[in-house]
Structure formats: C-alpha cells, structure tokens
Ligand binder design. Structure first.
Ligand code: CAA
Length: 702
C-alpha cells in the first residue's frame, strides 16, 4: 500500500507543550494518575473505557456558564442509537456562553473577561472588501437584548423556531443570539436558495418568524429579494405558528420598501416592540435541549431537519476550538461561508473564547481573489477558513499570498468541504503561505456540527488527509463489503466506511417532525447495529495515523465542496418534466479531476424525445427552485437506470463507473447489464465530442 510510506512532513508546532491541548493532557495526567505523552495517548483516553473522565475533566478545565450539577457524565452502557443524555442535571444557554465568559472559580457566574464592552466582537465585510464595519461586545450584547425583548413582546418563547434567509451579517448573528437567549431554535438558509427549497425546510420546522434580507449582492450583481419574500409569505399561509417575515436591510440604514408585501415588517419597526429595553435575560435550558436546526438532503424525500442540542454543541466546541484550533481572546477568524452551510456555526463560535469573527458576504473571487486575501493583512487575521476550491483558484491564477501580503498574524488556514489533494498540500507550503502557518484540513459535517477528523498541534503535519481523529469521537473504519448486519473493523491502513462506534455528546438529538424516530434511525444506524455510519470512505495511515477521506459512499453530491442530495434534483424533474420517465444524478470525480462534476442522466418516456431545449429547461428550473450551484454540469440521455430487485434506484455504481472505476455489480441489482452503458462517460469529453460531430453531420445532411 503506497500510503504505508511516511508522507513528506510539512509543519510542526515549535513548542507543543505550550498549547492548551498539552496543558490539558498534563493536568489530566496529574488528576487521574495516568501517563499520557502524545496526542494518540490523549485521543485513546478520550474514546476509551475511561472516556467519561475525559469529558468530566474537560467540563472542569474549560468551564461553560451553567447552573445545576451532573451526577454522571453519561451512561456508557446505553447504545448510541438511543442517544444517551450527557451531563444530566445541568442547564445552560447557547447565547450566554457566546456573549459572556465563565469565571473558572465558579462557572455558574458569567463575566466579561476577554469580552470587554469595548473589544471588537464582529467585523462585517461585504463583497470585494467593502463596507467594513465593526461591532464591539458591548454593542452586540445591547442589540441582542433589544431584539430578544422585541421577540418576547411578540410572544416568542422557549421552544419556538425563528428562521433566517440571509447573509452572514451582524443582523443574522444578532437574530441567532436573540432567539437562542430565549431558549428557542435558530435555523438559517442562504439567499441564493430557491423558494421551493426554502419552503421545504420552513414548512417542516414551522417557525414563528422568518428574518429575510431585502437585497443580496453576489458576483457584482444586486438581487432584489422582495419576490422571494412574497413567495415565502404565500407559502407559509397554512402554518398556524407563523407570524410573518421581518426584513433585514442589506444596505445599512437603507431598508427596502416592503409596504406592499403582506405580513412583512422592517427590522427597525419590529425592534420598536422592545421599547428601548436592551436588558439581557438568558433562559438556561437542559443540556440536551435543542437550539439549532440544520438540513441535509439524501437520495429520497424532503430534507432532513437535524436538531442539535445546546450542551452537545457547546462542549464539543470547547474541545475543537480551544484545543484543536487553539483559539483564544487574541484570535481573529475569517471563515468563508454562507449561512446555509454548517461552517456558519464555526464562523461565529469563536466568540465563545473571546475571539473576533469576520463576517464576509459575497463571492471571494470578486473583483479578484487578491482583494479577498487582502482582508487577511488588513484585519490581522489569525485563523482563515476556506476551501480546497478556493486554494485551487489561487494556484490556477498563480497567486502567491505570502509574497503579496503581510501574513505575520496568520497562524492557521482551515480547509473543508471536499478533498484537499496532496499536490495542494505541497503547493500550500512550497508556494502559497508562510512556513509557520498550520494547514488544518478538517472533515465532519452538518450531522454532527463538528469534525470527525481535524488538526492538532501535538503531532507533525504530513502531506494528505486530516491529521487525525477529533478528541472524544471514536472513529473507526468498517469493512465496506458488509452491506448490513454486525460490522467489522478493517486491518489498520485499509480503506472502508467511516463509522463512530461510541456515543458522543454532539450527536443530533432528533430530526424535527420525525416523531417515530424512523428517519433518524435510518439515516445513521440502519447499516451496522449500534454504530453510526457516516457515508464517507476513509483510510487511516498505519504509521502517522492521518485520516484520508476518499469520497462519499452514498448519493450525496459535492461539487466545489457544496453538498446536496440527488433528491434535490429528482424532485424538480418529477414535478415539472412529465416526458422524463426516470433519472439518475451522480457526482463524477476521476483521478485527473480537481473537482466533482454533477452528471444527470434522463430516461425518456416511450415516444418522447431528449432535446437540447429540454436540457436547458431542466437546468433553469433547477437553478430557480434549488440554486445555481445545484445545476448539473452535464445532462445526457440514458436507456436504463440500475435498480435493486425492490426497484430502488442505485446511484453508487453509476458514480463509480463515470469516475473511472471498473466495478463488479452487486448481486442485489435487478438489471446489472444496465451499468455497461455508463462506462463511456468516464471519458465524458470524448462523448461530448462525438455528440458534436453527430450534430454537425446531421445538419449537413439537411
Ligand atoms: C466540517 C464539514 O465537513 C462541513 C462542511 O463540509 S460544510 C460545507 C463547506 N463547503 C464549502 O466551504 C464550500 C466551498 N466552496 C465555495 O465556497 C464555492 O464553491 C466558491 C465560493 C469557492 C465558488 O463558488 P461556486 O459555486 O463554484 O461558483 P460561484 O460563481 O460563486 O456561484 C455559482 C453560481 O451561483 C450563483 N450564486 C452563488 N451564490 C449566490 C448568491 N448568494 N446569490 C445569488 N447567486 C448566487 C452565482 O452567481 C453563480 O451563478 P452563474 O452560474 O449564473 O454565474
């Protein structure tokens, strides 16, 4: 196996013993009389038989603001699919922990240490490094108090949902803090999402209010969102809990006129309900009470509404942010994200440690990637979160950040969303960024609001993958050939399915609206009993312990690191294109490709024709109802779609074949011969060329 060789070492921390993670390791040694020395010792303790000691010590070492006491960290005998309760008996509030700091002498007391009133908490930057505005912790707290009091006055209470369809603005952050301070649930979508997709979410979670930006700016274009607002209001008419839309001004001080849109109020007007009262009140809720709904689409049905708990996310954030990412009151984080990705949560969670978050909205390529990178120098960014896709663009355009900008403040560059290639690791250190910067490639997901694998400063960084598994989550690799039944770990260094084999506090608590729990159980626990199956193929390096992510094991699409389910595409076709009998949509990523392309195959009904105009109509409908980022790169006709004997469409073999693999069809396929047709698309360029030739030949015959 090629990876048994030790890859090139790229980076190591100059003094690992100075890090918060190491101090925790030493303090744990002292407290529990153990002798851990390395990251792997600490990791094994955090997921081993004494893992409750790890969590109890974390709770003590990096305190959260809370009331109540727990008698047991967790009952480790409860199978993970029963979602055991952690830190039972404790009560805490998400916003309170973000906006205040616990006093380590008495964690139930909150202080402003590290979050003093005049310290900058947030910096808002709009597309092209324009309209830079700062907000201090004092101002943020006052604005959160005002909005929360306005919400309370309008009857919003614990357990209610408030959603946003908005950019990464001050207003969105304040909305998140306000609803969670009341003990309610927050949920966000980005403005580029089509109304249909937005409503599929909102109709499930039934929010009391939806806060929507009045305008959007992307790629130099200014987009009027009033049509979308009108559609949202109309679409919510049968939701009894829904009180209306509140518009957030995209251009501060210049709110759009919404007087002709029913049930819609401007933010400034809504705030009048608070009558100037900005006092903060935090409703501390039980550790496993919900505060956030995020979404993911699979291959069937409407999106899953994944509900995360206050305590689970906070405690996981302590270990990931403070230990793995080494964030503290001096950190300044610029995480590129929309509000539609789980990275939005990461982008603001740094405030928990007293850091400053930079909220960027727009394309990072407008007017050029250099303009975006100039923020790193101007704002003295210490932690820059981006994507392999963005780094690819820098390389393609021969942009060398370390030569163009003063990056002396920069400590770490975090990448996620898709595989970071080995060549990109080398480019990063050979050409791109200063040698002292820690390249932190992480992978996890919406389902856990955290990472499975990420960086750590106690080990060197080698080319490829993620440095190692995250503390406290027992990641193993199971044999992919076992389709169901008890799973089996593969020998060290072999590839297989990413599974988590022990409960962890940031498991989602349920799916909204899934009263029987069936969807939830099916999403993670159907394959192997008592084990979370994530849907990624991975491999551990047998010597360095790096985790290589090899691709998705299911039908989830991932072009440019933007994830969505094939069901998002099928539902548009089923609803609007009656001449199509069936379709299969897969991601193509061959060894020579630097990104994934979405390929859609259409099977026409008897007597119906596959035409260029049909393809264009399908593409524009997908753009309208989902988003432009969902539009397939290629659309082809097919004659047969592989299914199981129970007639369930099977995507994985098609995905593997068009990605250049030769596969042995599974015995469960009803029509294994259908697969032969798809092999030609591994050379999609040739297929397109031949189609073009045929077109020209047909024209010349006319
Ligand atoms: C820990 C984990 O594991 C969790 C996760 O994975 S979370 C997910 C993380 N994912 C990422 O970070 C994704 C990274 N990728 C990116 O950020 C983006 O690909 C990118 C910004 C680098 C490039 O974006 P892109 O989608 O490839 O191209 P871009 O040109 O920006 O947009 C595509 C289209 O959508 C449109 N669009 C995008 N956002 C829009 C918006 N807000 N409003 C209107 N239109 C928009 C664009 O105008 C464009 O339209 P045209 O095709 O008509 O020109």
């Amino acid at each position: 196996m090629a990876q048994a060789q030790i890859p090139r070492k790229l980076w190591e921390h100059p003094d690992p013993s100075s890090t918060a993670m190491y101090k925790f390791l030493e303090a744990s040694n002292r407290k529990y009389g153990i002798d851990m020395r390395t990251y792997r010792d600490l990791y094994n303790w955090s997921v081993g038989p004494k893992r409750t000691d790890f969590w109890a010590h974390l709770w003590e070492f990096a305190p959260l603001i809370h009331s109540g006491r727990f008698t047991e960290v967790v009952d480790t005998t409860i199978p993970m699919e029963n979602i055991p309760s952690w830190f039972n008996g404790t009560y805490l509030n998400f916003a309170e922990n973000i906006l205040f700091t616990a006093s380590s002498d008495d964690p139930s007391v909150r202080t402003k240490r590290g979050k003093e009133d005049d310290k900058i908490a947030l910096t808002e930057i709009r597309e092209g490094n324009t309209d830079v505005r700062h907000m201090t912790y004092g101002e943020v707290r006052a604005r959160v108090g005002l909005l929360a009091n306005a919400m309370r006055k309008m009857g919003v209470k614990k357990g209610d949902r408030v959603a946003v369809v908005a950019s990464t603005s001050f207003d969105t952050f304040i909305c998140l803090m306000a609803i969670t301070s009341i003990g309610g649930l927050f949920s966000s979508s980005s403005t580029d999402m089509g109304t249909k997709g937005i409503l599929e979410r909102l109709l499930q979670i039934r929010p009391k209010y939806v806060f929507v930006d009045d305008w959007a700016v992307y790629n130099g274009k200014t987009i009027n969102l009033r049509i979308k607002i009108r559609e949202i209001v109309a679409g919510m008419k049968d939701v009894s809990e829904f009180e209306g839309v509140i518009t957030q001004p995209r251009f501060p001080g210049k709110p759009a006129d919404i007087s002709d849109i029913p049930r819609t109020t401007k933010l400034e007007q809504f705030l009048e309900n608070a009558r100037g009262n900005s006092d903060l009140i935090f409703e501390r809720v039980a550790f496993r009470d919900p505060f956030l709904v995020v979404y993911s689409s699979g291959t069937t049905g409407v999106p899953k509404c994944i509900v995360h708990s206050v305590g689970g996310v906070l405690v996981s954030n302590v270990k990931e942010g403070a230990f793995h990412r080494q964030m503290g009151p001096e950190s300044i984080l610029l995480q590129y994200t929309t509000t539609g990705w789980i990275m939005y949560l990461s982008s603001i969670q740094g405030l928990m440690y007293g850091s400053r978050s930079i909220l960027y909205d727009g394309s990072p390529f407008m007017p050029s990637p250099k303009t975006f990178l100039s923020i790193l120098e101007e704002q003295r960014v210490t932690h820059f979160g981006t994507s392999p896709r963005f780094l690819q663009e820098l390389e393609k355009q021969s942009i060398i950040p370390r030569e163009l900008f003063d990056l002396s403040a920069l400590k770490s560059v975090i990448t996620t969303g898709m595989v970071l290639s080995d060549a990109q690791f080398e480019w990063f250190y050979d050409h791109g960024f200063p040698a002292n910067v820690h390249l932190a490639n992480i992978s996890g997901g919406t389902d856990l609001a955290a990472s499975f694998a990420c960086e750590n400063a106690l080990e060197p960084l080698y080319v490829g993958g993620c440095q190692g598994p995250v503390l406290g989550t027992k990641v193993e690799v199971y044999d992919s050939l076992i389709e169901t039944g008890p799973g089996k770990a593969v020998p060290d260094g072999e590839p297989g399915d990413l599974v988590a084999t022990a409960s962890f506090p940031n498991q989602p608590v349920y799916f909204w609206g899934d009263d029987s729990g069936e969807r939830y159980q099916n999403a993670y626990y159907r394959r192997f009993p008592h084990v979370w199956t994530h849907g990624d193929f991975i491999q551990f390096h047998p010597v360095t312990g790096q985790v290589f992510f090899l691709g998705r094991a299911d039908g989830v699409l991932n072009p440019s690191g933007v994830r969505f389910g094939s069901s998002d595409i099928y539902s548009v076709i089923e609803a609007h294109f009656p001449t199509v009998a069936d379709s299969v949509c897969v991601g193509q990523r061959r060894p020579q490709d630097s990104d994934e392309s979405v390929v859609l195959f259409l099977k026409m009904k008897e007597g119906e024709h596959f035409t260029e105009s049909l393809v264009q109509q399908i593409k524009s409908k997908i753009a309208q109802e989902r988003s432009r980022r969902h539009v397939p790169k290629y659309v082809f006709q097919t004659w047969d779609i592989p299914t199981t004997v129970n007639l369930k469409k099977v995507e994985l073999p098609v995905k593997q074949i068009v990605s250049g693999k030769i596969i042995k069809p599974s015995g469960t396929l009803a029509n294994p011969e259908s697969l032969k047709f798809y092999y030609q698309f591994a050379k999609v360029e040739e297929v397109l060329e031949n189609m073009q030739k045929e077109k020209i030949a047909a024209k010349s015959k006319l």
